[in-house]
Every structure is written in C-alpha cells, then in structure tokens.
Design a protein around this ligand. Structure first.
Ligand SMILES: Cc1cc2nc3c(=O)[nH]c(=O)nc-3n(C[C@H](O)[C@H](O)[C@H](O)COP(=O)(O)O)c2cc1C
Length: 167
C-alpha cells in the first residue's frame, strides 16, 4: 500500500480538552468528524497511550477548541508533543471555562461534548459523542486545516497521531 494516499484526506486541527478532579488538560487532535447534525454527534480517535484518553474515559466529557490560521501554533506543540501526566499544559495557554471545560481563547469556535459510545482499534479508541453546546469565538478567520499545519506552519505529527506516517 502507498501510505502517502492518506495525506489526501482532509482534517482540521483541534485541541481536545477535559477536566478531572486533579487538573485541566488535553491534547492536539486532527481526527474529528461530524457524524450527524440534529441531534449533533461527532467522532474522535484517541490513542490508548494518551493521558487525555484516560481523562475523557473517566469523565465522559470533553471540549473541542477549533483552531484557526490566526491561533498561536505554540498551542499545537504544547498539547501535541507533551503529556499532561507530567505537566500542566494549560499553564501558559490563555483559556476560559465553558460549563467547567477549558477552551483555548484564540480558537475560532468550540464544542462541548459527552461520550455516548466507543469502538476499539489496536491502538486508538474511536469515541462517539453528543454535542451538548457550541459557539463561534471568531467568525472572521479561516479554520486551520491539517494540510495548512503541515505545508505552511511546517508542523510534524507524533507517532500517537492516527495520521502519523513513518518517513
Ligand atoms: C497535528 C497533531 C495531530 C494529532 N492528532 C491526534 C489525534 O487525532 N488523536 C490522538 O490520539 N493523538 C493525536 N495527536 C497526538 C497527541 O496530541 C499527543 O500524543 C499528545 O502528547 C498527547 O498528550 P496527553 O498524553 O496529555 O493526552 C496529534 C498531535 C499533533 C501534533
């Protein structure tokens, strides 16, 4: 198989966040898709090794901050290349709480979600989640695409990302 074909699939770039009794945390994710509109459901693929996986399994709730081309790309690195097990990722990232869940302030929109079901693969859990609420934070900018992240920002993806390609 030519793995390069997977680079032709399109995604956005998101920060998936949650709140446990101990801390607020989250990780960068591209693997989010809308499943239905009314009622609204989304799906999300998260690696078993990610701390965010344990946190959203435990609390069943998470937020999605939808990054735009104007969002600070440092958030992608902070949330995408470190583990919330050993650091406070939100320490230097401006955020606000929506119904108790953290949202990255310079995102262009957000969703608040509750897990309703899940499917397992050998490495990732696919969570199905009902969208409880959501709003625009900035309607005058373009959402960041995964392709923009790779081709313009020249960002990389770690092995835990579902779209990782070993080059
Ligand atoms: C651009 C980008 C996209 C990513 N997409 C995903 C994803 O969809 N699912 C996933 O499990 N990890 C994804 N990752 C990897 C996680 O963000 C990374 O493993 C993170 O360090 C996990 O942090 P945690 O242990 O605090 O949860 C992505 C990383 C980057 C940089």
């Amino acid at each position: 198989m030519n793995n390069k074909v997977f680079t032709k699939l399109s995604y956005g770039v998101y920060i998936v966040s949650c709140k446990t009794e101990e801390k607020i945390t989250g990780c960068t994710a591209n693997s989010i898709m809308q499943i239905t509109s009314s009622p609204a459901y989304i799906a999300l693929s998260i690696n078993h090794e990610n701390y965010t996986h344990d946190c959203i399994e435990k609390t069943k709730l998470f937020s999605v901050s939808i990054l735009s081309v104007e969002s600070n790309p440092l958030s992608i690195g902070t949330f995408g290349f470190r583990s919330g097990r050993d650091c406070n990722k939100y320490e230097k990232i401006p955020y606000e709480l929506k119904d108790g869940l953290p949202i990255v302030k310079d995102a262009c929109g957000y969703l608040l979600c509750e897990i309703t079901d899940k499917m397992e693969t050998p490495t990732h859990t696919v969570f199905l989640a009902k969208v409880l609420d959501g709003d625009l934070l900035n309607d005058n900018t373009e959402p960041m695409t995964y392709s923009y992240y790779h081709n313009v920002i020249k960002g990389k993806s770690p092995k835990t990302a579902p779209t990782y390609i070993n080059e």
